[in-house]
Design a protein around this ligand. Structure first.
Ligand SMILES: Cc1cc2nc3c(=O)[nH]c(=O)nc-3n(C[C@H](O)[C@H](O)[C@H](O)COP(=O)(O)O)c2cc1C
Ligand code: SF4
Ligand code: SF4
Length: 369
């Protein structure tokens, strides 16, 4: 399934766009093993890894919440090490969700646990004790500190994810750009009440790998996030094996049929920036014109980007409106001319969409270079 979804985080390939989101006191190695068949990425923890956050976890337990609790930093890192070693044989990218009260705690963790895992900074927890300890939501309103946390992990060559709750920072788009500029690789977004449109705004603003989260329990809810630009979707409360297996089967069937598992809508139907791969030359009045103005890209620059980015197969397209499949619409838009051109070069619709995905990826690279 590696090629079907074709998802990569740095040097790590993912077999599935489904991720497990962390739940303190619950998501440990055994939990992940029981779900490994269907997921490509799994967040363990969260773990409180220094004195202040361990104190916060102790207070949370007293209030009746579940936590992974250890008496000091050495103990917690030893425990995480053991959990990671249990997952070594699985084809799942392992991520650890960490609560830290200083950059140096993250440095210690990364030096100890190495670069084979992904480090997720918990900027999500809204429990007062964690906020007082300088982690969780505190980081969304103190983004200078968050940038220091990211820098500490990047200095150890770690792959970094930041777990956020949408609608807490002053502006999620600016936050995403800050995370990107600070060196983060992944933004894991709990959309909460904001819904999947928050994902679209972030997709349009940065090249980070996006994990969409909140209330996903079916193909329809997953597709809402994926269509808007999420690369992965994650589940916490509804991550029962029965839900995961059905969701995985549906995603596999969709990816096989369509060829692009997280395909956007066309731009004029509310699609995100990746939808530019379906747009024709900017020669007639349509939403593309104002979109390019908003991106501060001239029509000529857009033409240059499209033609420079397109792979050879899409450059063909005899009999299409613009003589090239580079400018052709999404496969779900009925078009005899395009289908005849595809037939002539023996290209299936799924392969056509894979090429469009590759084109969108290159357009994004150019936009965010
Ligand atoms: C019991 C519980 C514990 C959680 N612990 C953490 C945590 O330690 N770190 C974190 O980033 N998110 C934590 N979360 C948030 C979840 O990862 C997820 O973002 C949230 O539950 C929404 O996703 P869902 O609708 O799939 O459950 C926790 C959620 C629950 C229900
Ligand atoms: S170029 Fe075509 S696909 Fe793009 S916005 Fe205009 S009408 Fe829609
Ligand atoms: S040939 Fe069909 S798919 Fe291609 S641009 Fe024209 S209408 Fe769109």
């Amino acid at each position: 399934m590696l090629d079907l979804f074709d998802i990569q985080i740095k040097d790590k390939r993912l077999k599935s766009p489904i991720a497990l989101a962390s739940m303190a006191g619950i998501t440990h190695a055994e939990y992940i093993k029981q779900r490994a068949k269907w997921v490509g990425f799994a967040c363990m923890g969260g773990y409180s890894i220094d004195e202040k956050t361990i104190e916060a976890s102790t207070a949370l337990i007293k209030r009746g919440r579940e936590e992974f609790l250890f008496s000091n930093q050495e103990e917690v890192l030893q425990a995480i090490e053991k959990e990671i070693s249990e997952l070594r044989e699985l084809d799942v990218v392992v991520c650890i969700n960490l609560r830290a009260s200083s950059p140096s705690s993250l440095t210690t963790a990364a030096q100890r646990l190495g670069t084979d895992i992904v480090y997720e900074i918990d900027a999500h927890c809204r429990q007062e004790e964690m906020i007082q300890a300088g982690c969780g939501e505190y980081l969304l309103t103190h983004t200078d500190v968050l940038a220091q946390y990211i820098a500490a992990l990047k200095a150890e060559n770690a792959i970094v994810s930041v777990k956020i709750r949408a609608g807490v920072a002053e502006d999620d788009v600016k936050l995403a750009q800050l995370l990107w500029k600070a060196g983060a690789d992944i933004i894991h977004v709990d959309c909460m009440d904001k819904g999947a449109t928050e994902i679209l705004k972030i997709r349009n603003a940065c090249p980070l790998l996006i994990i969409g989260n909140n209330s996903i329990n079916s193909f329809a809810s997953a597709k809402a996030m994926l269509t808007n630009g999420a690369d992965l979707i994650s589940l916490a409360r509804m991550a029962q094996p029965s839900v995961l297996s059905e969701l995985y089967a549906d995603l596999v069937a969709y990816a096989k049929e369509v060829g692009w598992y997280n395909v956007p809508k066309q731009l004029c139907r509310g699609g995100d920036i990746r939808a530019l791969s379906f747009c024709c030359p900017p020669i007639k009045p349509c939403p593309l014109i104002s979109y390019l103005q908003h991106l501060e890209i001239t029509p000529q620059e857009f033409m240059n980007m499209k033609t420079a980015a397109a792979g050879l197969p899409l450059m063909r397209g005899e009999g299409t409106c613009f003589g090239s499949l580079v400018f052709c619409c999404k496969s779900s838009t009925p078009c005899f001319g395009r289908d005849r051109a595809l037939h002539q070069i023996s290209m299936s619709k799924a392969t056509y969409m894979k090429e469009k995905r590759a084109l969108a990826k290159k357009l994004l690279e150019m936009r965010f270079a």
